[in-house]
Design a protein around this ligand. Structure first.
Ligand SMILES: [Zn+2]
Length: 262
């Protein structure tokens, strides 16, 4: 009886919690509201930035900030032109470069971006930073974290579903897990191949609109892929850089180049 009820609740939620990914049009399940996830992410982000340490290299920090400003402006323009500005509701952009020798970068729900200095040898220049910036911002715009957390909730089943009705669920740990932050937490929630491919495609369009040549993406992912052997960084465990990826990037290149405004 109880199980049937939970299954019923589950299917109601699945219907209620479905949305469509902008640009690609894919249907996705989103069980957590932005109103819950975005403020929690902002709190987590503030913790990360406070712990830092932030990079003291002004030139590098400014490059990350500039790529972030240009790409977020392009994203805003993209949705404004299509009458879909509600996609960015609740977004308050922030870009920080953290002084840590790990090749990583992410964008939390709501537009909170962190780059780690360890990724700069792979990005090499501002166009390379724009590749990663566009890709990570695309994950946030496409609500991939929400989807990952939703899938995890469905796997964990009834308890989570019930607690959702209280609206008091604490997503702190789920968010930290999604970005591999915090040492006590186990596995990072992986992005699926589908998410990666989607973020690549959207990211290329956004960087191109911001005036960065999207063809820089191929070189970046090839450099990342070459690094996989020595010390597979966290970034690669969630972002496999292989031939399939590069092939798909090339497939999406004409679409991105149509948006390129040098
Ligand atoms: Zn990704």
């Amino acid at each position: 009886m109880k199980k049937t009820l939970l299954m019923l609740m589950g299917s109601v939620l699945l219907i209620a919690g479905c949305s469509t990914v902008p640009l690609t049009g894919r249907k996705q399940v989103n069980l957590v509201s932005d109103a819950q996830l975005i403020p929690q992410s902002a709190a987590n982000y503030n913790e990360v930035v406070k712990q830092g340490p932030l990079s003291t290299n002004r030139q590098q920090s400014e490059m990350v900030q500039r790529a972030g400003r240009r790409i977020s402006a392009a994203v805003e323009q993209y949705f404004q032109e299509r009458g879909q500005s509600q996609v960015l509701e609740g977004f308050v952009w922030e870009f920080n470069l953290i002084d840590e020798d790990t090749p990583n970068a992410w964008c939390m729900p709501g537009g909170k971006v962190a780059f780690y200095t360890g990724i700069l040898p792979f990005t090499q220049d501002e166009a390379g930073i724009a590749v990663v910036m566009g890709h990570e911002i695309a994950h946030a715009v496409a609500r991939h974290s929400n989807e990952r957390i939703s899938h995890q909730m469905l796997q964990q089943g009834g308890g989570y579903l019930l607690s959702m009705f209280s609206q008091k669920t604490d997503y702190h740990e789920a968010i930290m897990q999604a970005y591999g932050i915090g040492s006590q937490i186990g596995a990072i929630l992986p992005y699926s191949r589908e998410h990666e491919s989607e973020a690549d495609r959207m990211g290329l369009v956004f960087m191109a609109m911001a005036g960065y040549n999207p063809e820089a993406a191929v070189g970046f992912w090839q450099r990342m892929g070459a690094a996989g052997g020595e010390k597979p960084p966290e970034f690669l465990s969630t972002h496999p850089a292989d031939e399939t990826r590069v092939r798909k990037l090339r497939e999406h290149m004409p679409e991105a180049l149509a948006h390129y405004r040098p």
